[in-house]
Design a protein around this ligand. Sequence first.
Ligand code: SAM
Length: 316
Amino acid sequence: MRAACFKLSKGVITISNHWNWYIEFADSHAGCFFAIKRYIYSGRTPYQQVEIVDTESYGRVLILDGKVQSAAFDEYIYHEALIHPAMTLHPGPRRVLLIGGGEGAGLRELLRHPQVEEITMVDIDKQVVELCREHLEEWHRGAFDDARVRLLFMDARRYLEETEEQFDIIISDLTDPSAAGPSYLLFTRQFYETAKKRLTPGGILTVQGGGLSLDYMQIHGALRNTLGRVFKIRRSYHTHIPSFDSEWSFIIASDLHDPLALDREKVDQRLKALADQLKFYDGETHEGLFRLPKNIRRLLSENLAVIDDENPVAVY
Ligand code: SAM
């Protein structure tokens, strides 16, 4: 057995084989097990606990504060879904801000778009980015060194509060919020109001929105309501990420552009020059991403929570 999900019963698990296991707990009663082939790095930065391990099932995996961030096996699904819907929806994105995004794979996907002139990436944790640069070459493929990329190491909230710059697209690729973690106050209404001021007219914000399944959607509903307070249009979308053992979500927000107005023909036409480079996203995928099942739509419609600085949201 190389990867498995177990429900813990009365806190007792018996596994009788020779593997070392990394366990990611979804909550105090359920978790996901990954058989570890090799430890690459383990240590603490000023902001978070970092693990890089080679797993049997998903290849190399980056883990921050006990949560899988991405895996060699399927990171392209996450990063293509994160980047390309907004980049396809905007008629001419030239200046992009990437918030977080430590692995460099978001940069890699942005750089595929020839009209992009400048990408500013703001990650709080220089050590994480350096570790990714060293150990996750397959993810970033040299993107950190592209002349169009400007790397800043600071809290992205502080950056947005202080900068006068304007961006056509802002992508938020942050770790999930937790009370002790560095992204806690970057999921609030006040944060998105600040981000919106830094968008050009018709600009688009995309946010990684956490899990979106019956048993795992602590962030998504409230985040969607919060973005709905700040932008005229906000659309949830989602896809399955095998190494997260979950349906994962994103939200696109804008005052002008609606991703539901893009049909598959338009997406394929706009992406023509990139079609051979992408493994996940195309017109048909786009239409599927934005469809939500009935039970999830009902849960979202019943959720009235809004996240603000006085009442931040946190995952387990
Ligand atoms: N794929 C991811 C997931 O599943 O949640 C997120 C990817 S990326 C590794 C998250 C990055 O956000 C990390 O490199 C972390 O250092 C960065 N980050 C967290 N809090 C931040 C903050 N306040 N400002 C800027 N970057 C931050």
